[in-house]
Design a protein around this ligand. Structure first.
Ligand SMILES: Cc1cc2nc3c(=O)[nH]c(=O)nc-3n(C[C@H](O)[C@H](O)[C@H](O)COP(=O)(O)OP(=O)(O)OC[C@H]3O[C@@H](n4cnc5c(N)ncnc54)[C@H](O)[C@@H]3O)c2cc1C
Length: 331
């Protein structure tokens, strides 16, 4: 099915999300236009994001910065002009990066932020760059129950905190003891879980702040039982989600009292396509890049789904995928 002839054009009032600016005042993505301080890690002008973002679409970061360690990140943010926007990213499993790229600085945590260790009290301490599956596996090996759901979330611990990621009735708010952040001005703070004011797929992580470490807590459990539950989660996901596709996971938050996939299906959107952007046949709350989709096509398709669902059932779908950066027409 194609919506090629009737896409809803993107208009500013319909497009929220960080970094979205329209018209003559929109920031331009220069080749390192923003002046940035020295960093002991790496700083790449016009660094590609499409190389690793799950959708494999979108423009570059004006600067892609990989700090060496927490002290390096702290110094860098302290010395960076406060006017320069900062966007932390994990592995982009919940991101749609617009085709015009991301002005300012994108911070990606390298492997040195991916440590995972077990602590007394059924706790797991994870660098924010560690993947959910690594956190869950470490907990399993130590006989710590309650973190199994992290097995199914294909993102980093930092992204999981920011998004209050969850599945099977549990989310990060249930297991987070505290997390350490480097704030936009370079201050390093450790916040207790409650301070993040978690709600469904949302936290009050401040704009431009980078989560660098998280401490999770579970309960005593049996490694074999935990492992079996993780295997069940993996098998269930394999059966129901397009895991091997270029996607951003669940596109819309579940509306109160119903499931997003259900209202999308009822509105006849399963398989709907704009160019190479498609509503997954397997799980219709997932959008796919079949090969050569642009981020604009993916976003247009999402807006078209919202329009059709609104017309069919009156339900207002809210984006769960974080859309960042500027439209290419803004360049
Ligand atoms: C196949 C598939 C299945 C999925 N299933 C689920 C699921 O069951 N439940 C669920 O909740 N999600 C799910 N997701 C979505 C996604 O995996 C989660 O939202 C995940 O937490 C995002 O992590 P990330 O590291 O990829 O973050 P990114 O996608 O890179 O970023 C997401 C947001 O977090 C911010 N962020 C990332 N890292 C940091 C950091 N260190 N500090 C501060 N902010 C940061 C970014 O700025 C952005 O706003 C799924 C995605 C896919 C592709």
């Amino acid at each position: 099915m194609s919506a090629e002839n009737s896409p809803t054009p993107l208009v500013p009032s319909e497009v929220e999300g960080r970094g979205t600016v329209f018209g003559a005042d929109a920031p331009r993505l220069g080749s390192g236009r923003a002046k940035i301080p020295d960093v002991a890690g790496t700083a790449e002008p016009r660094g590609s994001l499409a190389d690793f973002i799950w959708f494999r679409t979108g423009g570059p970061a004006e600067w892609l910065v990989r700090p060496k360690d927490i002290a390096d990140l702290s110094r860098f943010l302290r010395d960076l002009d406060p006017a320069v926007p900062v966007l932390p990213v994990g592995v982009g499993s919940n991101l749609l990066v617009r085709d015009g790229g991301v002005p300012g600085v994108v911070v990606r945590l390298p492997k040195s932020f991916a440590h995972v260790t077990v602590e007394p009290g059924y706790r797991v301490r994870a660098g924010a760059g560690a993947m959910g599956i690594t956190v869950a596996s470490k907990a399993r090996d130590a006989g710590i129950a309650g973190l199994e759901f992290m097995r199914g979330i294909p993102g980093t611990a930092g992204g999981a905190v920011r998004m209050n990621a969850g599945a099977y009735g549990r989310d990060v708010s249930d297991i987070l003891v505290e997390a350490t952040l480097v704030l936009r001005d370079g201050r390093v703070e450790t916040w207790p879980g409650q301070r993040f004011a978690f709600t469904y797929r949302h936290s009050d992580t401040p704009e431009g702040a980078v989560v660098v470490e998280a401490l999770f807590e579970g309960t005593p459990g049996d490694s074999e039982t935990i492992g079996a539950e993780m295997d069940r989660i993996a098998a269930e996901r394999e059966a129901s989600q397009p895991l091997r596709s270029r996607t951003g996971g669940s596109t819309f938050k579940n509306p109160a009292g119903t499931k997003a996939w259900q209202v999308i299906d009822e509105a006849g959107c399963r398989g709907l396509q704009i160019g190479d952007a498609q509503v997954s046949e397997k799980h219709c709350n997932f959008l796919l890049n079949l090969g050569n989709a642009s981020s604009a096509q993916i976003e247009q398709l999402g807006e078209e789904v919202r329009r059709r669902v609104r017309a069919h059932s009156g339900v207002e779908l809210e984006w769960e995928i974080q859309r960042v950066g500027v439209l290419s027409s803004d360049k």
